[in-house]
Ligand binder design. Structure first.
Ligand code: C2E
Ligand code: MG
Ligand code: MG
Ligand code: MG
Length: 288
């Protein structure tokens, strides 16, 4: 049973709530400034075949905070989603990724790589999204065939006809699609089967305990089999050990992403082509 809240605790609650609201507003303001001042950068995590040969990369946004150093997206993406700033951030990410992809075409060791870019459901939902992608490609000169967009199952709360219509328009440009964090959302198999996808990514939550959790192991095997039967590539995320890679490979997974192969790398380091297996040079931090 709750104790009657005296004036003391009420004041305390008010103070905490007030502090939270102020903090929220401050983060929002800081994010607006960060967008205006172009403080966001992309890091790149290699995607590898079983031998560790790079076949692609995922662009992962980081905030280079003037005082705090690198800030990880787990801290600011949810705030951006809530405020709508994700639309501006998503466009900056898309433009940066296409510019990079265009430059890689002149670098023989990177010219063959696909580049995957995360797209939030809210960003994808915009009527002008197809035009934005087309413009980012045209302005940069990046080859559409090398650009892959990662969607999550949250796009499927929308009308499937509309979602597939947009995907088809983008596919006509040459762009391909991956379904990120697969297995964590609510999409049904019939929806999955109707989306014009090229790839699904097994969420890292199923990879983490693969060798000790029979449930996670059977989910991972099922996702691989599902991908195979739908003719989709399957990428495993969060692969941290050789044993996880071997299990996934034995069950038919052909592409891997995770700290076992490399951490996400700042652009210059990624372009050197050397994976970072040890601790990152500058640890990402959470704001709170
Ligand atoms: P995600 O798209 O599922 O990206 C994979 C996340 O797993 C990344 O976290 C990556 O650093 C992390 N990761 C990679 N390998 C391992 C591993 O072996 N073990 C573990 N424990 N983690 C690993 P990150 O960079 O912090 O990004 C988190 C999420 O933020 C992303 O999850 C994605 O949902 C979102 N995000 C990142 N960049 C963007 C972006 O440009 N736009 C949007 N809309 N979302 C983004
Ligand atoms: Mg992703
Ligand atoms: Mg993921
Ligand atoms: Mg994730």
């Amino acid at each position: 049973a709750a104790k009657a809240a005296g004036p003391q605790s009420l004041r305390r609650y008010d103070r905490e709530l007030h502090a939270a609201v102020v903090e929220h507003a401050q983060l929002d303001q800081a994010l607006r400034e960060a967008l205006n001042q172009r403080q966001f950068e992309l890091h790149y995590q290699p995607q590898c075949d079983v031998n560790g040969t790079w076949v692609g990369a995922e662009a992962l946004v980081r905030w280079r905070h003037p005082q705090r150093g690198w800030v990880s997206p787990g801290t600011f993406i949810p705030a951006c989603e809530e405020s709508g700033l994700i639309l501006r951030l998503g466009l900056q990410v898309l433009e940066m990724a296409c510019a990079r992809l265009a430059q890689w075409q002149a670098m023989p060791h990177l010219a063959g790589l696909m580049l995957s870019v995360n797209v939030s459901a809210r960003q994808f939902r915009q009527p002008e999204f197809v035009r934005q992608v087309a413009q980012a490609l045209a302005a940069s000169g990046a080859p559409a065939r090398k650009l892959k967009l990662e969607l999550t199952e949250s796009v499927m709360v929308d009308d499937v006809e509309q979602v597939t219509g947009k995907m088809k328009a983008l596919r006509e440009l040459g762009v391909s699609f991956s379904l990120d964090d697969f297995g964590t959302g609510y999409s049904s198999l019939s929806q999955l089967q109707r989306l014009p996808l090229d790839q699904i990514k097994i969420d890292q939550s199923f990879v983490r305990d693969l060798l000790t959790s029979p449930n996670d192991a059977s989910i991972a095997r099922t996702v691989i089999a599902l991908g195979q039967s739908l003719g989709l590539d399957v990428v495993a995320e969060g692969v941290e050990t050789a044993a996880q890679r071997d299990f996934l490979h034995q069950h038919g997974c052909r592409t891997f992403q995770g700290y076992f192969f490399s951490r996400p790398l700042p652009q210059a380091q990624f372009e050197e082509g050397v994976p970072a297996l040890a601790d990152p040079p500058r640890a990402l931090q959470r704001l709170s």
